[in-house]
Design a protein around this ligand. Structure first.
Ligand code: NAD
Ligand code: WQD
Length: 334
């Protein structure tokens, strides 16, 4: 019996595959390598001494999905595969809905056909929308998101709820991630964005390694203590372990659970934590606000603790030191 990890060659997926393999769980990865390299899985094999079966294929292809479910004895699915760039989703909404919504529908249909009804989904804090008060509690549900990426995640959560109501055999858990950062402590796997990073952490580490001149901090006049936005950054290894906890504790029906630390940090606090943990200077300039950014949000992380027995344990210093180990050992990524 194996766990199918879609998108398992990607940033979060590869760390999750590592955690599953280390627990002695058989893993099959389905990934089209649209935003990753199979080198990540080779590195996971090097670290763990165990290999996941790898199928290069697409979740939007019923043929690719069928071949996986026919070839392997799949027991449950963790579904990371999808597109994730907020800005790009506004330029290419159809690609986002095709990959994230249509891809998930095809995957669920194939699972149902093969009587595999245990599903963990990569959702996002972005589904809370603009109106929810902080910290975000799961019961606030889905607000109105301002971009197709966020809408695609909210749409999938709705589909998953409807599916669980239609058939009591399904066990479905949507994990709403906050801001994952960091890397495996070996420095062998980590986040490898193509092109100019959209997210803060890889931008900081690329400035420190000399690939970018300086960090532009988007907005210094928010109503926060230091004027910069605050987010709930969590270590990717904590996040990966959250998926194992979800697989172990998943119940019949649908549930949505936040994975965050519950402690927000500002952009300036992140820069200073990176400098302290690594002894590297990060040049920055405060520029105008980025469209769509909220001043601050973070998780109420109680439900994960109560229902999954999971809580984030790694410190911000570990997030920074591990990011830097990955970046400095792999200056150009994989
Ligand atoms: P990633 O891009 O590194 O990983 C996604 C993987 O899916 C990649 O390996 C990519 O090649 C693969 N993929 C994309 N479309 C596919 C398709 N149609 N068929 C097969 N494979 C496909 O991203 P990540 O940061 O690891 O994110 C994983 C999941 O978590 C995504 O669903 C993302 O939306 C969600 N998420 C990420 C964050 C974040 O900040 N990184 C936050 C919240 C939620
Ligand atoms: C964090 C903070 C920026 C880059 C996004 C998605 C969200 C989720 C995680 C998937 C913000 C500031 C950033 C830079 C900066 N992904 N920043 N300069 O926006 O919280 O969330 O990724 O689900 O859906 O929206 O993360 O890392 O982009 O930004 O000042 O060059 O860093 O303004 O305050 P965000 P981020």
């Amino acid at each position: 019996m194996a766990v199918l990890v879609t998108g398992g060659a990607g940033y979060i997926g590869s760390h999750c595959v590592l955690v599953l393999l280390e627990k002695g769980i058989d893993v099959v990865v389905l990934d089209n390598l649209a935003n990753s390299s199979s080198e990540s899985l080779a590195r996971v094999a090097k670290i763990t001494g165990k290999s996941a079966a790898f199928v290069q294929g697409d979740v939007t292809s019923t043929e690719d999905l069928e071949s996986v479910f026919q070839q392997f004895d799949i027991e449950s699915v963790i579904h990371f595969a999808g597109l994730k760039a907020v800005g790009e989703s506004k330029q290419k909404p159809l690609e986002y809905y095709e990959n994230n919504v249509a891809g998930t529908l095809k995957l669920l249909a194939c699972m149902g056909k093969h009587q595999v009804k245990k599903f963990v989904f990569s959702s996002s804090a972005t589904i809370y929308g603009e109106e929810a008060p902080v910290p975000y509690l799961e019961e606030y549900g889905q607000g109105c998101t301002t971009n197709p990426y966020g809408t695609s995640k909210a749409m999938v959560e709705t589909i998953l709820q409807d599916l669980a109501e239609s058939d009591p055999e399904w066990s479905i858990c949507a994990l709403r991630y906050f801001n994952p950062v960091g890397a495996h402590p070996s420095g062998d796997i980590g986040e490898d964005p193509s092109g100019i990073p959209n997210n803060l952490m890889p931008y900081i580490s690329q400035v420190a390694i000399g690939r970018r001149e300086k960090l532009s901090i988007f907005g210094g006049d928010y109503a926060t203590l230091d004027g910069t936005c605050r987010r709930d950054y969590l270590h990717v290894m904590d996040l990966a372990e959250g998926h194992l906890a979800a697989l172990n504790h998943i119940e019949k029906g649908f549930d949505a659970i936040n994975l965050g630390t519950g402690n927000p940090l500002s952009v300036l606090e992140m820069v200073s934590a990176f400098e302290q943990a690594t002894d590297k200077k990060v040049a920055y300039e405060i520029v105008g606000r980025r469209e769509g950014d909220l001043p601050e949000f973070w998780a109420n992380a109680d439900k994960a603790k109560n229902k999954l027995g999971w809580e984030a344990t790694r410190s911000v210093t570990e997030m920074m030191a591990d990011t830097w180990r990955w970046q400095s050992q792999n200056p150009q990524g994989y």
